[in-house]
Design a binder for this molecule. Sequence first.
Ligand code: NAD
Length: 267
Amino acid sequence: MNDRFLEGRTALVTGSTSGIGLAIACRLAAHGARVALNGLGTHEQIDAAATAVRVAGAPDARHFAADLRDPAQIETMMAEVASWSAIDVLVNNAGIQHAVPIADMPVTKWNDILAINLSAAFHTMRLALPGMAGRGYGRVVNIASVHGLVASKDKAPYVASKFGVIGLGKVAALEYAAAGSRDSGGVTVNCICPGWVETPLIEPQVEARRNGGSREDGVRALLAEKQPSLRMSLPEDIGAMAAWLCRREAHNVTGTAMPIDGGWTAQ
Ligand code: NAD
């Protein structure tokens, strides 16, 4: 990619060993960013993610291990990334799901989903935003969900965490709205709210709708419930939106929650 507008910038993408996070990391890399990866996985998966990001165009890429359920590990990760390179772009993408009715929801699942999908974003933002403001440029992109805008049954902690991360983002957007300038790019905080995206996260929900048929049958049934376009997004589609938000000319786009959902939340 010729458009290296992120040359000299560093991006931390949480949950970038898989799915949407890896696609965002590759897209930012293609625009010239150094990329700090984070996420769970085997050594092979982590090495493959780092290689993919370098091949995409990152001048440098490193994995920073932290289990985002643990605030102490997040603090250590943020300090390690900052001593590697100041964070200009923070993408809070790591997320997990568990779909069962409230009465059957294990308390440990509630705690883990809130910790990873919501509290981790609070911790990374509180540690990254002051530096961004000091340098006059910063981008926080939180990967929320349509489930931050509307609910579905059986997803209490997921929906609560995604509504929460949109609220958190709006507060941070207001607190940092006046940082920097139009020329420096300012500091913005936005959420992207995908509908269904082709990643491992949705596989249990596809599986639950197969009714003995093929995976495609399960996908069709899932889309027919909620997503009028009847098309899944690709992780790369979300990566393109995240990259656009990092542009200087997006300096006044802040505090938003942008659906990429084939019309789901228009209904
Ligand atoms: P995925 O399962 O492919 O990736 C999740 C990433 O989070 C992985 O890198 C995983 O290692 C990481 N992660 C999980 N637990 C972690 C922990 N404790 N500490 C550190 N990292 C951890 O899922 P995905 O579909 O790419 O989801 C990415 C984000 O997009 C999530 O926030 C999800 O809620 C959101 N989202 C996904 C969809 C979809 O349809 N796939 C739709 C809307 C929103």
